[in-house]
Design a protein around this ligand. Sequence first.
Ligand code: V47
Length: 432
Amino acid sequence: MIATSRNSALEPVAAKVEAGKRLSQDDGVALYQSRDIHELGRLANLVRERLHGDAAYYNVNRHINYSNVCVLRCKFCSFYRPYPTGDRRPTEGQGVNGGLSLPLAGEAPTVDSPTVDSPTVDSYELSVETIAERAKQAYDGGATEVHIVGGLHPKLPFSYYTDMCRAIRELCPRMHIKAFTAIEIIHFTRITRPRLPIREVLVQLRDAGLGSLPGGGAEIFDDRVHDEAYQNKVGEQGWFDVHRTAHELGIFTNATMLYGHVERPEERIGHMIKLREHQDESLRARAAAFNCFIPLSFVPDGSALADRPGPTGLDDLKTLAISRLMLDNVPHIKAFWIMQSAKLAQVSLNWGVDDVDGTVVYYDITKREGGSGNTHQELSVDMIRRLIVEAGRRPIERDTLYRRVERQGASWRVEGRCDPENPENPASPRDS
Ligand code: V47
């Protein structure tokens, strides 16, 4: 049973939050240990309203996953497929993501994967033309952002990624391209000959049209967790090197945390504190910083950790609220509704969250229903606004950089910062 009375263990933490002081590792762990969920929600809401009042942000976007082929075998992941053996090639131009028709559910299995239990999905890679066409379809429908990520593909050359950005830029001149996690950026440094440094990879992508980096690939910054769940993946140093370099170049980025698999509460808090320290540095010395923190609720279905239960609703809500309290220097906390569900994302708007991502449309990386579920995962703008209004918040359409979007149907323009009057929002993007 959940206690509803005020828990005295939280009083020192409450005093710090009310005074605007920074929380420590122990404070964060105390918040996780507390069963006083009402006090936790109150505190997170206090900080949320200090920063954003009653505003709640969303965007009109489209996710595209260019390929599920990946050289890694992360245990939490149900998305990856190995590169096919023999004469076979990944399915080209189709994929399960965002096909111009509905996804290819029920396909016969053609690829054996030792760890992933999702036999209906084959390996695929999309051509640059297909990606640009899908972006254009979204752009014509009024999307302001395309969010593109994929696996670490062993064969595609770096020019595939720069060509992809150029092709989208050409067809959709005002659309923001948010693409490639830090792990993909490191992969690009390894596939170029001679090897390009991170900075040069980012500069070439930016010149081709890249606008910002999503927050993926962070998982949990902890060696124990890393070794247990994603051993061969680039670790925290590589992830931070990419984000540091992006910030130096004036490229805004996001940050994520994948929780609810093999990590412990204190490791989640450690993760948040590492991000907070990095953000201090970026705000002090660099041209850009993290815009948003996105706690990603682990979906076990179809992964090698499918025997784990994944987070409960209460754990989701607590993690979102604690993120708001710990990350005092990151302006936005997002409940990515695909992960926490639209219903819980709505509730979280009074628990520290100020952003719910957007319309999404297709999402391949996680699928409910045993890992082979439908990748068509879409919320209409009307539904997003309804969720926000019912939560007692004021819906504001934003672009990727949190500038207000004024819209009439499919046509839109950016109106400057969402919160120009709010100096407490430390990493608001400069007007440019
Ligand atoms: O890096 C993989 C995660 C991430 C699972 O920046 C999983 O606005 C849950 O980073 N269960 C990619 N999560 C997605 C991502 C993202 C999403 C939405 C918005 C933004 C943003 C970024 O998805 C991966 C990994 O951490 N992931 N498998 C899983 N089974």
